[in-house]
Ligand binder design. Structure first.
Ligand SMILES: Cc1ncc(COP(=O)(O)O)c(C=O)c1O
Length: 372
């Protein structure tokens, strides 16, 4: 047939047929092809190649969610007696895995505030198997100084893992700062349309085989239809991120000037405590920002309920702008004391800026703030 499809097919096959037993044995022994989709699948491999190229690592692995990627990468690199040092301001599911589940496997975890670089460096001196970081953080957009921490952890022989979901591969290039394993929740910017749940791990060859084996055994692999949508999202990633970066800067500046806004948390603002780190570490300041409304919980809730274009929803990174009040959902499980310690007030709003026209978004925020 003349003419070939420009869109790759979705390989839904769970299993693969062979012309002879020697070929099958070769695939089992050498991963020279496909045998079973929990091991490898061509649609997932296409995403993996794209991700490895984008992040600058030898290889990548697709997962069924960001959490499957995070837990599998950690499990593959710990053993009883390991010591994990992590920043405290990690995603809630990651925090639970580090603080509640890993200790049951006799893995010690030390969680420290992400902005206390000197304290983390001191703790690394006491020995470390894995340094686990996430930057920028949720919801206050703190930016972790990766390079000195990664260097110190490597001197102690540790593996450095970073969740780069909030930055996306367009705004941050963790390999340049010494990170061994980069993780993304593909559910967010990479998918980009709020329609898939997926994750990815990017790493060099020396870390790949173990993580691949753990993925095969734990089974949290990406599914082919999701891989198709992820690849489609990745094709417009750079365009979307450029627009989201631009929109977020303008919205942050608008909110910063607004009399009914107490504080804006955005690393692109010169007033942000980590602005200088963000400037040297990130190529763009990102599409996520948070702010505190001048008022109590009810006033903030009222503001949220008046938003028309911006949707009241959790999650982030897609084309549609989403807002949520962390106290009501993502951080609802925290005790009031821990919430206060984490700096999450009752009037805090997190905004995931989409690709809409920025004037429409600013107008929406303006009208919702009018009645506060
Ligand atoms: C920074 C970060 N990492 C990981 C995850 C988990 O990803 P998933 O929901 O795809 O499992 C999330 C989810 O919100 C996240 O925000």
């Amino acid at each position: 047939m003349k003419g070939k499809p420009i869109i790759p097919p979705v390989h839904l096959s769970a299993t693969y047929k062979f012309d002879n037993s020697d070929d099958l044995i070769d695939v089992v022994q050498n991963r020279s092809g496909y045998i079973y989709s929990r091991w490898d699948n061509p649609s997932v491999v296409a995403v993996e190649h794209a991700m490895a190229a984008m992040e600058g690592y030898d290889q990548a692995l697709g997962f069924g969610s960001g959490m499957a990627a995070i837990t599998t990468a950690l499990m593959a690199n710990v053993a009883a007696g390991s010591r994990v040092i992590a920043t405290q301001e990690v995603y809630g599911g990651t925090y639970e895995f580090l603080s509640d589940i890993l200790p049951k496997l006799n893995v010690a975890t030390v969680l420290l505030n992400c902005w206390k670089t000197q304290q983390i460096l001191k703790e690394i001196e006491n020995g470390v198997s894995i340094l686990y970081l996430e930057t920028p953080t949720n919801p206050l957009l703190r930016v972790v100084d990766i390079k000195p921490l990664a260097r110190a952890a490597h001197e102690k022989g540790a593996v450095v893992i970073l969740d780069s979901t909030f930055a996306s591969p367009i705004n941050q290039h963790p390999i340049d700062f010494g990170v061994d394993i980069v993780i993304h929740s593909v559910t967010k910017y990479l998918g980009g349309h709020h329609d898939i749940t997926a994750g990815v791990v990017c790493c060099n060859n020396r870390h790949f085989d173990t993580i691949w084996t753990y993925r095969k055994i734990l089974g949290g692999v990406m599914d082919p239809m999701t891989a198709f949508l992820a690849l489609r999202g990745i094709q417009t990633l750079e365009l979307r991120i450029q627009r989201q970066n631009e929109n977020a800067v303008k919205i942050a500046e608008f909110l910063d000037r607004h009399e009914k806004i107490k504080t804006v948390y955005y690393p692109g603002l010169t007033t942000h405590p980590d602005h200088d780190i963000a400037k040297r570490q990130m190529m763009g300041f990102g599409g996520m920002l948070s702010f505190e409304v001048n008022g109590d919980f009810d006033k903030t809730k009222h503001f949220m309920d008046r938003l028309k274009v911006i949707k009241l929803a959790t999650s982030l990174g897609g084309v549609t702008s989403l807002a949520n009040q962390p106290i009501t959902n993502t951080h609802a499980a925290l005790s009031p004391e821990n919430r206060a310690k984490a700096g999450i007030s009752e009037s805090l709003v997190r905004l995931s800026v989409g690709v809409e026209q920025v004037d429409i978004l600013i107008e929406d925020l303006k009208q919702a703030l009018e009645k506060v």
